[in-house]
Structure formats: structure tokens, C-alpha cells
Design a protein around this ligand. Structure first.
Ligand SMILES: NC(=O)C1=CN([C@@H]2O[C@H](COP(=O)(O)OP(=O)(O)OC[C@H]3O[C@@H](n4cnc5c(N)ncnc54)[C@H](OP(=O)(O)O)[C@@H]3O)[C@@H](O)[C@H]2O)C=CC1
Ligand SMILES: O=C1OC[C@@H](O)[C@H](O)[C@H]1O
Length: 421
């Protein structure tokens, strides 16, 4: 996609992952029958950093199949990534029909996630689905309905929305810091994530309403991390969206190029009563040039928590494995910085990226190793709540809720009212 520096950034991310975060000695895969065999639904740019390189750490993971809309693209992709040609499919359903595939990674545009997640679950596959998992809350509830309708036994397919940052130790450390009460009650939060203006080609999926685009959808982490840091893992939501203001794409005003919103959460005040946390989020696909003309580099996403006794900032929560800092600025006393670990390019011992930690959690869940699954696993109820907040923000901003392919199908079936429960 010419002119899409977003593509360039993801190619660089793949290279960094390849050279700095991939074990120098790759362990052989476990014998057949003992591995989780993944199929990739699409040849998306996100596949290498999210799946191919992390999979090298895990003897129990194999990537055995890929599907693209166009068979020749799938074949070319398969050659590049060492997948057998007979497992390169033209069309996603063909991959789901392959009985050798145990699990799928869905890297499709957002508006197609729910449709293919449900088809995969119904085909008995485990699903690791890119964020946001659906285009709206109705689609998320439909995934929940399907999951609950499947036989409730240990081999039930697993579904995970790929909020990789949640599995990184720095994120968990930061959340524990807030919930421990060390710095007193949490009062306010602020989060921002952006892409510099001019990074995205106008044809990028992020600008398509039908494909589930928009700043709030693409940079949806800002809602996820706010909910997690304020209320912890689970289905928590703000009690009120106080304001939401969007900057809209001139050629399609259903697309937000920037979204800014404020919300209020009810929280347990730790003394048997309830308190409030006020949170502000900013998601920007076109961050302004400096002084209007100097191009910016990609900013590090940051989350700021103002507590009674200190302001605590988590810098670079999206890629803490490359570099991050947790800055504690007490109301009284000296500011200090903590790091959960320091990036060392010469360290070739296992060092997992966010995606590596995410894959690790997914494997444990698929294998039913309950005692090893991270406590802050993201259940489907969390995904439903996340999409309810996204919808509520769009509604508050006076914008249409996104409508993906599954939602269209639900409308055609005429049971949107049922699915809205
Ligand atoms: N976790 C993370 O850090 C990141 C997550 N993402 C998420 O991953 C997903 C994919 O993003 P990204 O890799 O940038 O996307 P790409 O544009 O690289 O890939 C999207 C894929 O979707 C397929 N596709 C199917 N239908 C369409 C359609 N109508 N128009 C365009 N593509 C279509 C294409 O597949 P085919 O191969 O069949 O032609 C294409 O390979 C998004 O949900 C995004 O939010 C993206 C970047 C980072
Ligand atoms: O991590 C990310 O950063 C940039 C976005 O465009 C992308 O989709 C997202 O997942």
C-alpha cells in the first residue's frame, strides 16, 4: 500500500521482533498430536509480530495453514513462512474445513472479526482474535451466546480478544501498584494513543466504516486499559460517559479520525463505601504536526493515574517489551522511575514480547492448565463490556455505532432485539 507508513511501521516492528525478541536457538516442535496447530485467517501485516515470531518460543505451537481471499496470495505467503503449499487456502472457510487446524488467529479488518470468529468456533477451532473483537456490542453478545451454546466441557473452544498489553508483566505490575492503595485512592486517569498525521493511506482499513474503522476502534486499547486500571480484569464499565467529541473524516463523517471522551466510574473506596474515578481518553489516527508542519514520530502510548498521594505514569504500555517506564511523582518528595525490566539487545535468553505473553496465556487456556492461566485473563464478558463502552462513546459523540458483517447478518435474520440482550 504505497504511502502507508503504518505498513512500514509494522514491517519494522516485525524486524525488531525477529532480531531482538526471537530465541537464537529454536526448540524443535513437539511430536504430532501434542501441538496446537494454528491457521491464519488472512495474510495480514500483524501476523509476523503477533504469531510467527512468538510461535518460535513455543514447542507446542505450529502454524500449519494460511488462508487469503486470493489463493495465489496465500500460496506466496505460505512459501515465505514455511507453510506447506497444500495448506494455503483461497478463502477463509476452506481453512476452517481443514480438520488438522486446531486454532485460528484472526487478523482481518475489524468489521469481519465477529463473523469469522463465530464460524471458527462453530467449526470447533480455538480463536485468538485481533482487537477490537467485534464492530459493536451486539456482535460481542452474539459471540458470547455461541460460546455458551457450545458443549461446556474441557475441550470447548477458547476465545480471546488479542489485548496483548494485558499479559505483559509491566502492565500487571502497574495495575497492582494502583490497586494496592500504596498511593492512596485513585482519583483521575488519562490515556492517549496516537498515530502521526499522514501515516495511513486513505484506503487503509482504519478509514472504512463498513470494515469497522475509526480512531476509537483502532486505538481501542485506550478504553480497555482505562477499564482495567480503574476496575481490574472483568466486565467493569463506567457508570456514565460524560462527554465524547470526535474529529470526523471529511469524506465519510461516520469515521472518527480522533476521539476524545470523558467518563466516570463508580469504585469501591476501600472503606465500605463508593467513590468516583474520572477518566479521560484520547485516540488519534492523525496526530497534528508539530507547529502545523513538523512531522512527528510515533508517540509512546501513555496512561496517567492521579492518586491521592502521587501521580503515577505508565509510559509505552503498548510495547513495554521494547522500553517502558513507570514514573511515580509523589505529592510530596522526590520523583522516581521504575522499570519491570530493561531491554537488552544482547540478551538472547527468552524475552517475550506482549504478543509472546499473549500466546503463552492462550496456550495455557487451550491446554486447560487452570493454575497457570494469568489471573487477568480476558473473558468474553470483558469483550462484551468493552464493546458496550465503545458503542456508548460513539452514541454520546452523536455518531453511528459500527456495523460489521455479523451485525448485518443478525439484522437480516431479524433477531437484533434478541442479540441485544
Ligand atoms: N495487536 C496489534 O498490535 C495490532 C493489531 N492490529 C489489528 O489487526 C487487524 C488487521 O490489521 P492489519 O494487519 O494492519 O491489516 P492488513 O490490512 O494488513 O490486513 C488485513 C487483512 O484482511 C483481509 N481482508 C479481508 N477482507 C478485506 C477487505 N474487504 N479489505 C481489506 N482487507 C481485507 C486481507 O486479507 P487477505 O490476506 O485475505 O487478502 C488483509 O490481509 C485489525 O483488526 C487491527 O486492529 C493491527 C496492527 C497491530
Ligand atoms: O497497536 C496498534 O497501533 C497502531 C494501530 O493502527 C494498530 O491497529 C494497533 O493495534
Amino acid at each position: 500500500m504505497p504511502g502507508d507508513t503504518n505498513e512500514l511501521v509494522y514491517r519494522i516492528l516485525a524486524l525488531i521482533t525477529r532480531y531482538f525478541f526471537t530465541p537464537s536457538t529454536v526448540k524443535p516442535k513437539l511430536p504430532p498430536g501434542q501441538t496446537i496447530r494454528f491457521g491464519l485467517i488472512s495474510a495480514a501485516l500483524i501476523n509476523p509480530p503477533a504469531m510467527h515470531y512468538p510461535s518460535l518460543y513455543f514447542p507446542e505451537v505450529e502454524i500449519i495453514a494460511v488462508a487469503a481471499r486470493d489463493k495465489s496470495k496465500a500460496v506466496e505467503y505460505a512459501k515465505r513462512w514455511g507453510i506447506k503449499e497444500e495448506k494455503a487456502y483461497g478463502g477463509y472457510q476452506a481453512l476452517l474445513d481443514d480438520g488438522d487446524v486446531d486454532a485460528v488467529f484472526i487478523g482481518l479488518p475489524n468489521g469481519l472479526h465477529a463473523e469469522w470468529a463465530i464460524k471458527a468456533l462453530q467449526a470447533g477451532k480455538h480463536v485468538l482474535c485481533e482487537k477490537p473483537a467485534t464492530s459493536n456490542a451486539i456482535e460481542a453478545r452474539e459471540i458470547r451466546r455461541i460460546l455458551h451454546s457450545l458443549p461446556q466441557n474441557p475441550s470447548q473452544p477458547v476465545f480471546l480478544e488479542a489485548f496483548h498489553y494485558r499479559f505483559h508483566p509491566a502492565t500487571v505490575y502497574f495495575r497492582n501498584l494502583l490497586s494496592s492503595g500504596t498511593y492512596g485512592k485513585l482519583l483521575n486517569t488519562y490515556v492517549s494513543m496516537s498515530i502521526p498525521a499522514g501515516s495511513l493511506d486513505p484506503k487503509n482499513i482504519r478509514y472504512s466504516f463498513e470494515l469497522g474503522g475509526g480512531a476509537l476502534m483502532d486505538l481501542t486499547y485506550v478504553v480497555s486499559i482505562t477499564r482495567y486500571m480503574v476496575l481490574g480484569a472483568g466486565a467493569g464499565k463506567p457508570k456514565e460517559i460524560v462527554s465524547a467529541n470526535a474529529k470526523k473524516l471529511p469524506s465519510d463523517e461516520r469515521i472518527d479520525t480522533r476521539m476524545e471522551a470523558e467518563m466516570i466510574f463508580d469504585v469501591d473506596d476501600g472503606q465500605g463505601g463508593m467513590g468516583e474515578v474520572r477518566s479521560k481518553i484520547v485516540a488519534d489516527l492523525e496526530r497534528d504536526r508539530l507547529f502545523g508542519f513538523i512531522p512527528r514520530i510515533w508517540e509512546q502510548a501513555l496512561f496517567i493515574a492521579e492518586c491521592e498521594k502521587a501521580t503515577v505514569t505508565y509510559n509505552n504500555f503498548i510495547a513495554p517489551y521494547m522500553s517502558h517506564s513507570i514514573v511515580i511523582k509523589p505529592k510530596e518528595g522526590k520523583c522516581r522511575t521504575e522499570k519491570v525490566y530493561t531491554f537488552d539487545p544482547t540478551n538472547k535468553s527468552p524475552l517475550l514480547t506482549n504478543y509472546g505473553h499473549q500466546l503463552d496465556a492462550f496456550i495455557k487456556k487451550v491446554q486447560g492448565r487452570e493454575e497457570d492461566i494469568p489471573a487477568d485473563w480476558i473473558p468474553i464478558e470483558d469483550t462484551v463490556a468493552q464493546m458496550e463502552v465503545i458503542d456508548a462513546i460513539y452514541e454520546k459523540a452523536g455518531m453511528e455505532v459500527r456495523t460489521g458483517s455479523l451485525y448485518q447478518e443478525i439484522l437480516r435474520r431479524g433477531d437484533a432485539a434478541d442479540a441485544s440482550k
